[in-house]
Design a binder for this molecule. Structure first.
Ligand code: FEO
Length: 399
């Protein structure tokens, strides 16, 4: 994708990644892709802000070379050291040997650790500025959005905030980089939520602090390092991030996430009846087979929805492992204060429910109902399951 001028003499360059299967080697993006956005500002001094993962380097450096000679880059601002934004740093240093790296003190330590880079560094702190000539860059320390060294860079004359991971999202760019030219903003908002819950939700308190810190800053464009550039409505992605940060302290949306696993189809039969009961009471229920769905896709629903129904057989005296995995992951991410119901079948002994309660106790999920059925499904147990689903939906609506 060719470079795009986002403001006079200010350019998007970057890598549109449609080939990586797993972001961070963990989160699936093979269908959605991701972008590593980088920005070049030409002035009396030339600066590049954040880089890209070490892939498609010919394309990346080709984009920059169309704007400026690589040797003429004076400053490389590193907002965040994670290698999806710094993977090409060593190559760039070879090509621009006089370039000064601008970063926080913590970032300098990490650059040494990751790349052995330690010369030509300019350490900046919160509120420091750097003149490029006509433009000045201002730096805001925003630790733990997403690592401890992270900062954001602001260009006041055009109000552009280079926010790196903050306000970012999955989703390769589809022909445009701007929110107002995008025909499917819902895709990016959905993928921003998935990215938020997968990558930065653990650090939501820091994200909230960063949003508060920027509240009085005249931000007119949000240019994150992943996903869309928000030039028409920068407030939209700030509001979404704020809302997502706040979910653990709220009851959540009045809807249900149903996560189940089934060995021989009995729990699945109950699941269909439970879902009918919930839907029959007018509540939306999103159903996931935990053994066949990556937690990346389930976590956003767990993050935002009030009700969680877990359907799982007992397996070796404990919760069915794929279900255990996603619930544990939700706990780690900080999904809190959910209303919970659990159903499932067992052969000779239970244990799944006991195990589930143990996992969610520290994050205050409230078990409101349970239904453990011995053996296979029959018309009586199916009716019990449907009634269980209805009861849970009614409890949620009344709560
Ligand atoms: Fe996009 Fe935390 O790196």
């Amino acid at each position: 994708m060719p470079a795009v001028e986002i403001k006079p003499d200010m350019y998007w360059v970057g890598v549109n990644d449609r080939t990586t299967d797993l972001f961070e080697g963990l989160w699936p993006i093979s269908r959605e892709g991701v972008s590593y956005n980088s920005f070049v500002i030409k002035d009396e001094k030339t600066a590049i802000i954040d880089l890209a993962k070490a892939m498609k380097t010919d394309d990346f450096f080709g984009q920059i070379a169309d704007i400026t000679s690589l040797r003429d880059i004076d400053y490389c601002v590193i907002n965040h050291v994670e290698p999806d934004h710094t993977g090409v740093l060593r190559i760039l240093k070879e090509m621009a040997p006089d370039m000064t790296i601008v970063c926080t003190e913590k970032a300098a330590g990490l650059l040494e650790a990751y790349y052995g880079v330690h010369d030509n560094m300019k350490i900046v702190g919160d509120g420091d500025t750097l003149s490029l000539g006509k433009r000045t860059l201002q730096f805001f320390s925003t630790p733990f959005v997403h690592w401890p060294e992270t900062m954001m860079t602001f260009e006041p004359s055009d109000g552009v905030l280079f926010s790196c991971d903050g306000f970012g999202g999955y989703g390769a760019l589809q022909g445009t980089i701007f929110d107002d030219e995008c025909q499917d903003q819902a895709f990016y908002e959905r993928e921003s939520l998935r990215y938020f819950v997968n990558i930065v939700a653990k650090f939501r308190v820091s994200v909230r602090k960063a949003i508060q810190k920027l509240a009085d800053v005249d931000v007119r464009m949000i240019a994150p390092s992943h996903g869309l550039i928000w030039r028409a409505h920068p407030e939209r992605i700030i509001e979404l991030y704020q809302e997502w940060c706040d979910y653990p302290g709220t009851p959540g949306d009045l809807a249900v996430t149903l996560i189940y696993g089934s060995m021989y189809g009995n729990t699945e039969r109950f699941m269909n009846a439970v879902a009918q009961g919930i839907a029959g009471e007018g509540l939306d229920v999103e159903i996931f087979d935990a053994a066949r769905t990556h937690s990346s896709y389930m976590l956003p629903y767990l993050w935002t929805r009030r009700g969680v129904v877990v359907g799982a057989p007992t397996y070796e005296g404990a919760l069915f492992p794929p279900v255990w995995e996603v619930i544990r992951e939700a706990r780690i991410k900080g999904v809190k204060n959910r209303q919970l119901a659990m159903f499932g079948s067992y052969g000779w002994t239970g244990g799944a429910l006991r195990d589930l309660v143990k996992i969610v106790e520290p994050v205050k999920w409230n078990l409101v109902d349970s239904l453990e059925i011995k053996g296979g499904a029959n018309s009586e147990s199916i009716a019990q399951a449907a009634a269980f689903g209805r009861r849970f939906a009614v409890t949620l609506k009344e709560g």
